[in-house]
Design a protein around this ligand. Sequence first.
Ligand code: SF4
Length: 351
Amino acid sequence: MSATPLLELRNVTKVFQSGVRKTPANMTVALRDASLVLPDGTATATAIAGESGSGKTTMARLLLGFIKPSEGQILYKGVDITKMDKAQRLAYRREVQPIFQDPFEVYNPFYKVDHVLTTPLRNFGLYAGEEQKRIEEALEMVGLRPKETLGRYPHQLSGGQRQRIMVARALLLRPRIIMADEPVSMVDASLRATILDELRKLVSEFGISLLYITHDLTTAYQVCDDIVVLYQGTVTEVGSVEKVIRDPQHPYTRLLVSSIPLPDRTQRWGEDDSAITEEQARRSTSGCRFAPRCARAMEECWTQIPPLFRVDPDRAASCFLRKDAPVLPSEQVGQVLKVMRPGDAGNAPAA
Ligand code: SF4
């Protein structure tokens, strides 16, 4: 495994300005001091989870190069993605492939679905002379029959079939990373498990790393090894998905987990935030973003931003309730992720 990560988000902050003038009231911090590491040579599945407004979509747009960080860096194979030359940018666009939430929006209704498969091959100059064979192989890999899929218009296929074509399209480009943004939220429940299985196979069989962006902790738990939980632009808890979801340490993660059904009935569910007083809700905070909703907020929570505390070898939480644990600087977050932590073996990429 190369010492240089495949993809690294290093201390990234993103601030959006709404007016012409730069005043605190015009500035929204969508992401604050976030870091993430995907190693080179070992495929991993990492969930970026949170509610609407948590910063997960901002993180995805930053990683895809759609917007630039206000502070910090995004590095691909050690190169800052905002400073890449043309060839490096082209390689990055091919090797980091998105799969979006609404498979219908990606299609042009006037073209047959073949169009979304042939166009990227032409654009990237891949498989000249054997496009058809490669397309059919990719469709079969995601469980679709080429004869029943090709030659049809998008409206003639189900939402699940359209999303599987998107997975096949991503596979065709031989990516290193697939970034799937809520890929099953618009798909019938009956097909969700199949598509999630296919995403998981990308990691275990094809050696492609997966970034799974979701508000749904249940599917994150099914698909991923690691999770980064975001709340209002800050990382609240990060590390092993098993630890974070089975035994959350941050009050916000507990609240999220308490709303999903997990099979273990001995699980201790998190606090109910109905206990929050009006006075708490009114206080603005320059400290922990969760303080106005946190039933356990202390004085320091309102004035200081909690750093990440390494509460386990494979997990960190940004909450002063765990300040007994050592501080984990944001840029060292890789230490609690699957492939970096001692004793964990990753998945070797397919040859
Ligand atoms: Fe609650 Fe304080 Fe922890 Fe924030 S730092 S989650 S306010 S206890």
